[in-house]
Design a protein around this ligand. Structure first.
Ligand code: ADP
Ligand code: MG
Length: 349
């Protein structure tokens, strides 16, 4: 009797399932950096330190002073679909944490050598370590002293997926992406102290501070003095929407849209509707082909915005897109109204 070669359906091995999922969220060192920083923010940290080696291909390490992970929870931290952030569909609809999918650590640990050390107690003699070497977590949790908080070290990203490792660019390019991920996060939380180092050299050291002058110092050090000198502070509230931040004046535009930061409830997003509203507002104050600069924060009830649109959560969906669009357009248009420069004043760099 002949047996057909028809392959049978089977459930994927968990490691392979994680590696496939990693394809969605772990593109390069910068995406790992983003996920680890988001976890540190969600843990309520006051200080976050990021250490990078070789553009992140050798090491991405994020250390925080947040709530830590208890010994009993540690084995689950690296498991897929395991999260402390939501419990139910209602939670998801009103989610205010940056994470909630419970996938990042599982994905990252399936394509790297990951070491996590954490302590949820105030006594620095305590702490626990788990290690994963690209095959899911080792069952063993061993004691390792650590101050309250968590350190996650990701080494040799894609060491076991050579096809993906090949796509890593030069150290300089990968670090530029990591720095951009860091910049976005540091612009989202002025109350947190941040450090970024590359190959043992400090690249950014940002003290905390919520005052306008402290915020502007941070922006100047992340985006350049030019940015803040040609920007105007805006603050507006209407119909449950609140917009604040810095709007670049037409005297300072760029040839690329590379200094445009838009945060929705603390999460940096790229949204077509937002981009359109901004473009409209600048339409008759900027030359064709020039791009405005801005750092803007929109806050609204989490229930009226869906953040579960894409695994990287760079996209959002507003329940009332029209209203958000019109609010943004009118706020920016108003802010720029008396800033329309005469033709001689506008300089192009
Ligand atoms: P998610 O962030 O979507 O919950 P992750 O895979 O990123 O999923 O993290 C899994 C869980 O591990 C989190 O829900 C959290 O409980 C814990 N965790 C991860 N990183 C940290 C951290 N830096 N501090 C405290 N807990 C953490
Ligand atoms: Mg997370």
């Amino acid at each position: 009797e002949t047996i057909s070669a028809r392959p049978r359906i089977h459930v994927l091995d968990p490691r392979l399932a994680n590696q496939i999922a990693a394809g969605e969220v772990v593109e390069r060192p910068a995406s790992v950096t983003k996920e680890l920083i988001e976890n540190a923010i969600d843990a309520g940290s006051q200080r976050i330190e990021v250490d990078i080696e070789a553009g992140g291909a050798r090491l991405i390490k994020v250390r925080d002073d947040g709530v830590g992970i208890g010994e009993e929870d540690l084995p689950l931290a690296l498991a897929r679909h395991a999260t402390s952030k939501i419990d139910s569909l209602e939670d998801l609809e009103g989610v205010d944490s940056l994470g909630f999918r419970g996938e990042a650590l599982a994905s990252i640990s399936s394509v790297s050598r990951l070491e996590l050390v954490s302590n949820a107690l105030d006594d620095p003699r305590h702490g626990w370590r788990v290690v994963a070497e690209g095959r899911g977590m080792e069952a063993r949790v061993t004691p390792a002293p650590h101050p309250r908080g968590t350190s996650v070290a990701v080494r040799d990203l894609f060491f076991n997926t050579p096809a993906r490792r090949k796509f890593l660019r030069t150290e300089k390019t990968e670090f530029a992406h990591v720095e951009e991920a860091f910049r976005r996060q540091a612009l989202s939380r002025y109350d947190i102290a941040w450090t970024l180092s590359h190959n043992q050299k400090v690249v950014h050291q940002l003290p905390p501070g919520l005052s306008p002058s402290a915020s502007e110092r941070r922006i100047a050090s992340l985006l350049g003095k030019n940015f803040i000198e040609h920007a105007r502070y805006i603050e507006r509230e209407a119909g449950g929407l609140r917009l604040s931040g810095w709007v670049g004046l037409p005297t300072h535009s760029r040839s690329q849209a590379d200094q445009q930061y838009f945060f929705v409830n603390g999460r940096v997003v790229r949204d077509r509707l937002v981009a359109h509203a901004v473009r409209q507002a600048y339409r008759d104050v900027l030359y064709n082909g020039r791009h405005p600069v801005f750092v803007l924060y929109l806050t609204l009830d989490p229930e009226v915005v869906d953040v579960n649109v894409h695994p990287t959560k760079h996209e959002v969906r507003f329940r009332d897109g029209r209203m958000v669009h019109d609010f943004l357009y009118s706020s920016l248009h108003h802010c720029l109204a008396d800033a329309r420069p005469s033709a001689e004043e506008a300089h192009v760099e």
